[in-house]
Ligand binder design. Sequence first.
Ligand SMILES: [Zn+2]
Length: 412
Amino acid sequence: MLTLRLASGKLGPRRGSDLNELGIIEDGAVLCLGGKIVSVGTTKDALRDPWIRKHRKQLTEIDCAGKVVIPGFVDSHTHPVFVSPRLVDFEKHIEGASYEQIADAGGGIRSSLEGVRNAKTAALTERILIAFKDMAAHGTTTVEAKSGYGLTIESELKSLEAIRAAAHRWPGTVVPTLLGAHVVPIEFQGCSQKYVEIVCNEMIPRAARRNLAQFVDVFCDKGAFTPEETGQIFAAAMEHRLSVRAHMGQLSETALAPFLRYKPASFDHMDHVNSEDVQHLAKLDTVATLVPGANYFLGLKTYSDARRFIEAGVPVALATDYNPGTSPTISMPMAMSLACTQMKMSPAEVIAAATINGAWALRMADRKGSIEPGKDADLAVFEVEDYREIPYWFGANHCQITVLNGVIAAHD
Ligand SMILES: [Zn+2]
């Protein structure tokens, strides 16, 4: 059992060599009650516990002998609110078109807008729920879910309502994020400021008032939103007591220092970052969330430089970036495998990045990301003998059972 407990008891997101410490208990046992973890130790101790002996008949026992138990994955970056896969874009990529060329030809994010704008909330809910269930089948128990394929006030709020409705029907934990600033919609091309005002003055206040989002996200990059616009949107989010996170450095480098006063929970992608910003982030709890699935799917030769972040002491998380254009995967083990082979992270580091640091990236580390008393009963049981097999067997799913807030879901 990988508890992810740090022996030093050090607080804060995992950095540097702490990412390799998995808190392994051979022949471990975990007792969960009422959706919470109550005690963690060896099976021998659990079987001697007087309370367990007295109540054993009322408990549901899962025999994990010969298997690996880990905290459920925290997928801290997904875009599940869309209607169709983008198969024409897929073919164009293969033929050699770039991300920008596809966007200019009417593909990319904009091509998903029509489907979402025309969809009924219930239809979106069903699609999101299918994704959540599929994620759980691969070991994920907490998901951050972004809107961002509607880009009108109505369709962004509808997307967040669909996320909420799907969350109510799934036993795992869902963290909703308003990504009204995903891309400037075609109606506002050449007058992006007008659209930014709608995001700041309409979308954010309405989402906040109805408690539909915990975070506000911005895609800050060339072809999306400028640093100035991103600052405006962050300020509006703060005014409405929403936390912020951003897509940063996917296509080009942006200076991060001006955003740090908004205390972003996470900067995601981070393929292009300058050295000064790396030094800044090493001193903060803002997590660098790396999404190698996007680099893989776009066929890029380079990936975010995970080793540079880890060696500098920047906390690193891993996420799927599940979305129809650049990363159509719900599989955290696949993202972890890519992080090992393409970003040279160790199997231990990818486990920590996919669990406890994902929890930090969502500001939920008090409840998620490790197997410790008091935390939510979120577990994943893998039918492997060694945790290193989880990223090793790429493209196959060895998750057998997931426990989501105490609810057991079997997947075989
Ligand atoms: Zn994204």
